[in-house]
Write a protein that binds this ligand. Structure first.
Ligand SMILES: *[C@@H]1O[C@H](CO)[C@@H](O)[C@H](O)[C@H]1NC(C)=O
Ligand SMILES: *[C@@H]1O[C@H](CO)[C@@H](O)[C@H](O)[C@H]1NC(C)=O
Ligand SMILES: *[C@@H]1O[C@H](CO)[C@@H](O)[C@H](O)[C@H]1NC(C)=O
Ligand SMILES: *[C@@H]1O[C@H](CO)[C@@H](O)[C@H](O)[C@H]1NC(C)=O
Length: 968
């Protein structure tokens, strides 16, 4: 493995590695993807089904113009004729009306009970008394004004005839010649004039009504005969001094929904302005409240026409004499061809359904991002050298293509099955709209992912967003859009929420396709963007701006929040400042704080920190790791004191050394490793990995280290080989070198044979995952490797295998290894440090430590309990300094100082004892590393708690030797 040292992978190499990993990952999730893409398919099919169902119903004879078989030409055979007269009420609407009936023009006049009378709040005496309302004889008031009162009065005299007669032989003409009015409401279409189809009479308006009895006329119109009552209404024109007086009176008579207030309605108001013999100039007040439910005001114009005709007739008669009239003969609706019912479901339900379809992608992208965060895979990738740039580029491009493919499938499928929603609207608008939206959505997912670290929560929140947005859009936002009185500014504000801007866009598409389909024209075109009611232009602008802003903010927050090298919120500012050379300092000058670590009788530890001092002054390349008084303090919370996780650790590690870190749980080992791999920032002090400072150059360090974390950080669906390929590529391995390295690595951790390498990591046993993690940490020849309890959960065979791998690997690199297995530490480590309570208690190679802290044999003997005293005497004779450390029902354990006893003497003594009493079993052992560990750990503990009950605190620390108890 004497390969040349690989430089850090370039941007594109990293991007390539990540892309390939993502593609493989996606291939594994093929079923999830198919389910995802089939969702819009299912919805489209559902719409199609509904549509064809509705079409089936509408296409039946019930909703088509009625027909009958009638012998029209008398040849004895019947021909099919269709028309209104053969239709039921459901069918009429679709029939052709080629020759709509003519209706006499009518005035809109108030019903008798609302006609203007004298009241307290209208100061005019020319109005009739209130009592007329009881008899229904109130006059229909017409107000007029103008610059010349006498001229106005001349005009008005001609307007309302004194009396009128109806010629029953030609009713229509005589109705037109007189002035007719109705209190009924006009409708959207004037095919049937409602005045002739209501209970209310038609009023003939004249100066005097002799009697108010009604007569009845019959109107014959296009094969219909209508019987209609006609009663008399007295027309009463009243002069007002100014137009503001007219205005005032009209306003005061307006009911305005207040039932307390008396209603005083008038017919029309005329302002003759400067009309004289040479010019005719008039403005007319009319009641525009007579509108149809659809809100289209021009409907009432049908009846305004007659009041205009009245004024102009009066003027002409004034000029040319009473015989001259412009006859306003009739009102006629436009002819109508045969139509058919068309209901486009995709357009009606589209906005709601398709909002769901499009926004569905959000939780997918969102949970993917949170998954990588929750599983710490992002950190893991970063620790193996994946930079932020490639990560963002590839993740973004990857989600964008995923979304694009999804949307493309959706639109193509919808168009293929012929949903008008897609086919009617211009495809380029649809493309632009969807493209901008999915970009916005992905940026939003990145932003949201910064605030979540749990996939389940993220998924729930994501789907609540999906359904909430759809429902709020459909049942709140849409009403607000359609309510023309709702301020448009607030609509824009609501559209700042991307879900609503999506809804608005889809709503506009559906509106255009619906009307386009109904009217038989086209849907939205680019030119329609300038329509005043079309909100598409605004939302396109909103979304583009939002996309850029959100993307920037997401990147910023990602850098600050998830940054492992601890960038401050001002990192952009700092990055700018860094260009100033003055702020750069040499590492040796950066040491801060005075050394106050308590270096009591720990010569090895202080020797190490002297070495560190030395190395800082004269850097040497063969030292891979230099920790300089590294400290980590967690601030006190809830009244608890500060917690010192690491209290000043100095350590220098040359290449080719494996340093074992031993220590009880909670001693601070993991805190130390976290600092070294950049998960947390040191409180004070620092460390240099291959000369790079962990506080400032973590990104550079990541390309040089390998990490085997305590908990396996693996993608469940990727195989072992794929993991190694990915991390290998991140470490800049390429081509055959990569395949060879992966294969060797797999073989070395015994994952190569039996197809294990190509099994998904989720199906591995705990041991296999562990081995894979170790392989991952070693791939690409990193110079520094951290292994956090690499062999936990391994069977003895795999463990030996793994040890061989590590032994082989440590030749040209520095390894820091934490473990609870003394055996492992003894086999693998060149040096050991025992780490208790945040600081190193001793440091040295295993043999030295054993010699220093051991120095005694452990003598175990089992007899029947009656001979216990005799055994004790025997041991005292052998070695006066012996100490009994353990005894229970005849089994005793003694510690014998090495310098006092010879092994031969012990054998002799036991042989002698065997003559006197039965010795069931006995043994003599040198100190193990475990004994050292317990002794050191115990010593610190005893010191810290000042000897109080220290024996109980450490009882049972060595799980393999439960009989080890000290200090009785
Ligand atoms: C008002 O109209 C009358 C005719 O009706 C005319 O004689 C008179 O000059 C007009 N007055 C003004 C100020 O125009
Ligand atoms: C009624 O109308 C018919 C036809 O236009 C006409 O001959 C007749 O004289 C009219 N009768 C009266 C009373 O005007
Ligand atoms: C209208 O004007 C006439 C004459 O200029 C005046 O006598 C009358 O009081 C005015 N009417 C009102 C209601 O102001
Ligand atoms: C206008 O018409 C509406 C509807 O019939 C009526 O309620 C209202 O009072 C009328 N307003 C005036 C000023 O006549």
């Amino acid at each position: 493995m004497a390969e040349p040292l690989l430089g850090p992978a370039s941007f594109w190499t990293q991007a390539n590695a990540l892309l390939r990993k993502n593609l493989t990952f996606q291939k594994r999730n093929i079923w999830t993807n198919i389910r995802l893409i089939s969702f819009p398919f299912v919805l489209c099919l559902l719409l199609l089904l509904l549509q064809s169902l509705v079409n089936n119903i509408l296409n039946t004879a019930t909703f088509k113009c009625g027909c009958q078989c009638i012998d029209t030409n008398g040849d004895g055979q019947c021909e099919k004729v269709c028309g209104i007269q053969y239709s039921t009420i459901n069918q009429v609407a679709t029939c052709p009306i080629l020759n709509p009936p003519k209706w006499p023009p009518l005035l809109q006049i108030p019903a008798p009970q609302y006609r203007a009378v004298k009241t307290d709040f209208i100061p005019f005496n020319d109005l009739p008394d209130h009592s007329c309302r009881r008899t229904g004889s109130c006059p229909a008031t017409i107000l007029f004004t103008g610059n010349n009162q006498s001229f106005g009065k001349f005009l008005v005299r001609n307007m309302v005839p004194n009396y009128s007669t109806l010629n029953s032989s030609d009713v229509l003409v005589s109705l037109a010649q007189n002035v007719q009015g109705s209190a009924s409401r006009p409708t959207l279409y004037n095919l049937l004039e409602p005045a002739f189809f209501s209970d209310q009479p038609v009023y003939k308006v004249q100066r005097r009504c002799t009697n108010i009895s009604s007569i009845s006329v019959a109107i014959q119109e296009s094969s219909m005969t209508i019987q209609q009552d006609v009663s008399c209404a007295r027309g009463s024109p009243l002069w007002r001094n100014s137009s503001s007086a007219v205005n005032d009176e009209l306003y005061k008579g307006y009911w305005k929904g207040n039932p307390e207030r008396q209603i005083n309605e008038i017919v029309t108001g005329y302002d003759f302005l400067n009309t004289n013999y040479n010019s005719f100039n008039v403005s007319i007040w009319y009641n525009s409240t007579y509108k149809n439910e659809s809100g289209k005001e021009f409907i009432s114009l049908v009846r305004v026409g007659r009041s205009m005709n009245l004024a102009s007739n009066a003027y002409i008669q004034l000029l040319l004499g009473p015989a001259t009239t412009m006859l306003f003969e009739f009102v006629k609706e436009m002819p109508k061809p045969e139509t058919e019912w068309r209901l486009d479901f995709a357009s009606i339900l589209g906005a709601l359904f398709f909002t769901w379809v499009v926004i569905q992608l959000f939780p997918v992208v969102f949970t993917d991002l949170v998954y990588e965060k929750e599983q710490k895979l992002r950190i893991m990738m970063k620790m193996h050298g994946l930079g932020d740039g490639p990560y963002w580029l590839i993740s973004y491009a990857y989600f964008l293509s995923l979304s694009s493919i999804y949307m493309l499938c959706f639109v193509i499928f919808g168009s293929v099955i012929g949903l008008k929603f897609f086919t009617m609207n211009d495809f380029s608008i649809q493309f632009v709209f969807y493209f901008i939206y999915i970009n916005l959505q992905i940026s939003l997912a990145f932003l949201a992912a910064a605030f979540f670290s749990n996939v389940k929560t993220a998924r729930v929140v994501g789907y609540i967003c999906v359904f909430g947005t759809g429902l709020l859009g459909g049942f709140l936002f849409q009403f607000l859009i359609e309510d023309t009185s709702f301020p448009r500014g607030w609509i824009i504000v609501m559209e700042l929420y991307p879900g609503f801007s999506l809804y608005r866009g889809l709503y506009e598409f559906s509106q255009y396709s619906f009307t386009g389909n109904y009217m038989g024209t086209h849907g939205m075109q680019w030119g329609d963007l300038s329509d005043s009611e079309n909100g598409m232009k605004e939302i396109l602008i909103i979304m583009v701006v939002e996309w850029l802003v959100v993307l920037f903010v997401a990147y910023y927050i990602d850098q600050v929040a998830s940054s492992v090298s601890g960038k401050s919120p001002m990192f952009l500012y700092e990055r700018f400042r860094k260009k100033h050379p003055s702020s750069f300092q040499r590492p040796s000058l950066q040491r801060q704080g005075s050394k106050v670590s308590v270096q009591m009788e720990k010569p090895d530890v202080s020797q190490e920190s002297e070495k560190v001092e030395q190395l800082l002054l004269e850097p040497r390349t063969d030292y891979a790791i230099i920790c300089d008084n590294l400290k980590k303090v967690y601030p006190g919370r809830d009244g608890n004191p500060e917690k010192f996780a690491v209290r000043g650790l100095s350590l220098a590690l040359p290449l080719g050394e494996c340093f074992g870190m031993l220590g009880p749980n909670g001693a601070g080992k993991t805190s130390f490793i976290s600092m070294m791999i950049g998960l947390t920032k040191p409180t004070t002090g620092t460390a240099y990995v291959q000369g790079l400072d962990i506080r400032t150059h973590m990104d550079g360090i990541y390309t040089r280290i390998g990490v085997c974390p305590q908990h396996d950080l693996l993608w469940e669906t990727l195989t072992g080989r794929e993991h190694l390929l990915f991390y290998g590529r991140l470490k800049n391995l390429k081509g055959s070198a990569l395949t060879q390295a992966v294969e060797e690595s797999l073989k070395s951790v015994n994952l190569f044979y039996g197809g294990v390498a190509d099994k998904q990591a989720g199906k591995y046993s705990g041991g296999m995952k562990r081995r894979l993690s170790v392989a991952v940490s070693l791939i690409g020849d990193p110079k520094v490797v951290y292994m956090d309890e690499p062999s936990t959960g391994l069977d003895p065979a795999s463990r030996n295998n793994l040890w061989n791998v590590v032994k082989h690997a440590k030749k040209d690199r520095a390894i820091i290894l934490t473990t609870h297995s003394m055996e492992e530490a003894e086999v693998l480590c060149d040096r050991l440090g025992i780490f208790v309570d945040g600081s190193l208690q001793c440091i040295g190679n295993p043999k030295e430590l054993k010699a220093r802290y051991g120095g005694s044999y452990v003598f175990t003997i089992t007899t029947s309990s009656t001979y216990e005293d005799e055994v004790e005497n025997m041991v005292q004779r052998l070695s006066p300094g012996a100490k009994r450390i353990y005894h229970i029902s005849g089994t005793q354990k003694f510690e014998l100082p090495k310098h006092e006893v010879k092994i031969a003497d012990v054998f002799q003594a036991v042989e002698n004892a065997k003559c006197r009493f039965t010795v069931l079993a006995w043994g003599l052992a040198g100190t193990t590393l475990e004994d050292v560990f317990i002794k050191v750990a115990h010593g610190v503990q005893a010191f810290n708690v000042r000897g109080v009950k220290s024996n109980q605190v450490y009882q049972g620390i060595g799980p393999t030797h439960p009989e080890n108890r000290y200090g009785n």
